[in-house]
Design a protein around this ligand. Sequence first.
Ligand code: ATP
Ligand code: MG
Length: 281
Amino acid sequence: MTGEETVADEAEQADEARAGPRIITVFNQKGGVGKTTTSVNVAVCLAAFGRRVALIDLDSQSNATANVGVTPPVASGAYHLITGRAPFAECLRPTPFAGLRLVGGSDELAWADIELALGGQPEAGLTRALQTAPDDLDVIVIDCPPAPGVVSVNALVAADAVVMPVMPSPHARDGLHKAWWNVNRVRSNFNQQLSVIHILLTLTEEGDLTQRLSEDIMAEFGNRVMPVLVPRDNVVIEAAGRDLPVAVMASGSAPARAYVRVAESAAGPVGARRRRQHRGP
Ligand SMILES: Nc1ncnc2c1ncn2[C@@H]1O[C@H](COP(=O)(O)OP(=O)(O)OP(=O)(O)O)[C@@H](O)[C@H]1O
Ligand SMILES: [Mg+2]
């Protein structure tokens, strides 16, 4: 991974010179691994640190939208943004949390894959839309659906950094290899500026099996694995049931403290990042 890291370092330095918010995409094609929980809590923690944050919910399940206290479906949101139906500012709405705004989800997102695929440059809709992001945003956090489809590819094409939640389970490494391969395929075809890919171990449990599986992933992926585990804890489900991020409802809990650390390392340096044109393959 040394060559890859050099490319990543150069891309990171090039990023510093560009204007625009830092875009953090939370992706794993596997379902139920903590993508939405990670997106919502990273977004709310970054807002609590004083960053001006937009959370984009690209999943037709709209769980991230509900989790920040907005009732889905939204009239003008991520579907309208990614398909070019509405400008960014029109899709942004406030949330109950200071510094955090939302581009919400809706059922129509289930159709975005096919609509984008039928148009020109299907991978670039979100990148184009983000070029009109308001200047008063520092960070955009994108929650992906559990599929490696066109919508997820759009989110990876637009990303400066990817956070890939992985639940250490018996088949986790197979799923991780597939997700890793997909991200790197997008990077080499469409987004050579994608500089950082973090693997985040989520829903971890005490015990030998989790320990061994986590160690195997760390041995293979080295410092690409974030040095923080998000433990499985029912307080996360309780918070989701109240449409609250766990970092807000139970800030002293172990998952909340873990997400503070995840947000710190995913945030990158304070300040402007980039606004780039889409470059095709
Ligand atoms: N650390 C945790 N401890 C306990 N439960 C958790 C934790 N993280 C997430 N969960 C719960 O696990 C379920 C799946 O989490 P989440 O919705 O974040 O995953 P996802 O990858 O976004 O799922 P999907 O692929 O369906 O979009 C949810 O019910 C969530 O509340
Ligand atoms: Mg989700």
